[in-house]
Ligand binder design. Structure first.
Ligand SMILES: N[C@@H](CCC[C@H](N)C(=O)O)C(=O)O
Length: 283
């Protein structure tokens, strides 16, 4: 659809634990929110501002309620976003008047259900552990990736639909995430870049996690990052298969099921709504 025809395009501002999204429903008009438009909207100085732009599109699969397209602030497309999946699932549940929804993404179909206490649980699909699936640039054991920078080394790589590397550290508060995060994200061992997590084991069932997200930088929470951290910690024998992951913006409950799927449970919130200024769609 041409930008002029989309002059009154409405949006919702939602977030999961402070990981914030501009949500556009593209089902009615078929509007295309491409990379340049996503960049313009996501810009916190000149646009609306968000960690990710989320576009709801008609489902491709007959098993899904809608398709969720995820764009990072640089306009690139991400394959997964745990916090946004909870947000979109809650919108679809409200729309359909039921307590479950199936959200389609480029990485697959994600089942979600309301837990009854205001939170949403999402089956984030299987954690993928082979180096080719992360992807990494060279064959290696994903439990010990040969990568080090300053005080961090030896991360665990996990694909939760999107690529993650989790570093275990004794004190996450001491890590200069803004300095080393962008360098690690772009290390040549990650041909598609990677989301970088810094995790501290607080107790057998509690992980403190700070995130540097691919393209978005430091965010208050990252759902897929929390899933990756739990899987990484369980593979290292540091926690059991279920833990609370405490992010800057709050806590997610994560469980790595025996079938390899990862279950993420947490809150969703709507902050405000508005319409997108046509200049942001002219990009
Ligand atoms: N905030 C997200 C992850 C968003 C995508 C990520 N930046 C990527 O590029 O893979 C989450 O909650 O999972």
């Amino acid at each position: 659809m041409e930008p002029s025809a989309a002059a009154a395009l409405p949006f919702l501002k939602m977030h999961g634990l402070g990981n914030d999204f501009v949500v556009i429903d593209a089902r009615p008009g078929g509007i295309v929110v491409d990379g340049p438009r996503a960049r313009a909207i996501a810009d916190r100085r000149t646009g609306i501002g968000c960690d990710q732009l989320i576009v709801i599109e008609p489902a491709v699969s007959s098993l899904a309620d809608a398709f969720m397209r995820i764009r990072n602030p640089d306009g690139s497309e991400a394959e997964a976003c745990g916090n946004a999946t909870r947000c979109i699932a809650s919108l679809l549940m409200e729309e359909r008047g039921r307590g479950h929804a199936v959200v389609e993404t480029v990485a697959g179909l994600l089942d979600a259900e309301a837990t009854g206490d205001g939170r949403i649980a999402v089956d984030m699909g299987p954690a993928r552990l082979d180096w080719r699936e992360i992807p990494l640039a060279q064959a290696c054991d994903t439990l010990h990736v040969p990568l080090a920078l300053g005080p961090v080394s030896d991360p665990v790589a996990t694909n939760m639909g999107n690529p993650h590397a989790t570093f275990f550290v004794p004190d996450v508060a001491a890590i200069a995430v803004a300095d080393i995060g962008p360098v690690l994200e772009r290390n040549p061992i990650f041909p598609e870049r990677a989301n970088i997590g810094f995790a501290q084991i607080l107790a057998p069932g509690r992980i403190r996690l700070r995130m540097w997200e691919r393209s978005a930088g430091i965010t208050r929470a990252c759902g897929s990052g929390a899933c990756a951290a739990l899987v990484a910690a369980a593979r290292r024998g540091l926690v059991d298969r279920r833990a609370e992951v405490i992010l800057d913006g709050g806590t997610l409950e994560i469980e790595w099921l025996r079938d390899g799927h990862v279950l993420m449970t947490g809150p969703v919130a709507t902050a405000f709504s508005g319409t997108i200024h046509p200049s942001l769609l002219a990009a």
